[in-house]
Design a protein. Sequence first.
Lengths: 217, 259
Amino acid sequence: MKEETIAFVEKMIEGDERAFDELYHSYSGKLYRMAYFITGNKNDSEDVLQETFTTCFLHRKSLKDPERFDSWIYQILVRTSWRLGKKRKRQGELSYEGILEQGREDGSKLAGRLEEDDTQPDPLSQVIEKEASYEIGQVIGQLDIKYRTVILLYYFNELGVRDIAEITGLFEGTVKSRLSRARALLRKALEVRQDPEALERRQKNHVKMNRYREVSG
Amino acid sequence: MRHGEEKVRDQIQAEVLAVHFTKESEDRILDRIHGQMHERRTIMRFSKKKTGVILAAAMIVLGAATAIGAGRIAYTSGGTNLNEGIHSLSQLTGEAKKQMGQAPKVAEAFSDGSAFQVGYVTQVDAWDENGNRVGTFPEVMANYSGEKGLVLSISKPIGGEDSSSAHYDRTETYEGIVLKGKADNYLFLPPDAEPSEADKSLEKAGKLMISYGSQTEERECFKSVTWTEDGLCYLLHTFNDVDLGQMMELAKEVINSGK
């Protein structure tokens, strides 16, 4: 973390709104994109960003170590996103959860077979070689919010399991398990994409997702 | 293995970074954040003391009662340092005159025994619905001793006199001044709390006002009487068990106090 950023965090903790604005301008783009990855739509991402920074300022005294600002604000963002996700679910809006229900079940079985073996080609990488990069995003968009969050923090923020556990409030074992399952689900989803017989079902899912995004985004 | 991991990482990073976030959105959201920060900070600042919650709510209600009529002000917020109270009535009215340009009527005591205890002179911020601050106006608050827990707030709002057509539970004209009485149910919740479905329904029906920022869940009934005299807006209020008829009579005592 840059010294300049730490200095802004320290001033923000003291209640300096100009320092808060500086931090907002430095972090808002990244946090908005993270929120978008988790929630999947523009309106919710804006709400999450707004609530994250409002909470950040109002509860700034609870940040004891300015150098831990990144983890702290990620924590607020993730939990705000999850809370919004729950709210959406209660409101009966179409959720990502369940769209790949079958895939998740299969993925669960596959996850148990995933092994960390550096000597063998990774099945996931083999599949990915065959896919265009934009398709990865579409697949991820269909995963449950819990899996998308773990994928985001691990691959985008490049955080370790311990940090992800701290941010999400989960046990490290749970993070490992979700990461493993997320990778398995991703692989399964990509495999399904290459199966001609699954094409029609997949297209229906995409239409459903796109309509949801049009309405909510 | 590492190669595959790197592929996944690179593609996910590209996916996230491809999300477009405009400068216009960035600035608009920051404005909304500032509005929300000030609104919630007002309540949170007082949430450690019961009286504080009352004061904070009073300011918000006062804003709703006086400034919305001006059309462009959506809500008001302000803060008071509870350690900066003025314990002398003459000192309070003197300070109020300095900031408002005229001395407000502040009763020294009421017929039920409630007596002036401490007062504050504050600056209240007015915000439009987009979270932009549109102005600041002075406000005086006087707290009274006694079981009724009376608080008198007086302000000179920038929006002018109240022209809203809000519903009042009781109205009465006294000495040519219209007194408007209202009882509002408030639910104060911690910042992250989620109201129950029943409370949401009540809020939707206009029967409950939900505010966030307290440390614990609190339910209060806010009784108030408002009137305008000499360009100043008066609000006498309490969260205690006092009926609106009694509040109306006490308001008349404030009007008479200047005679």
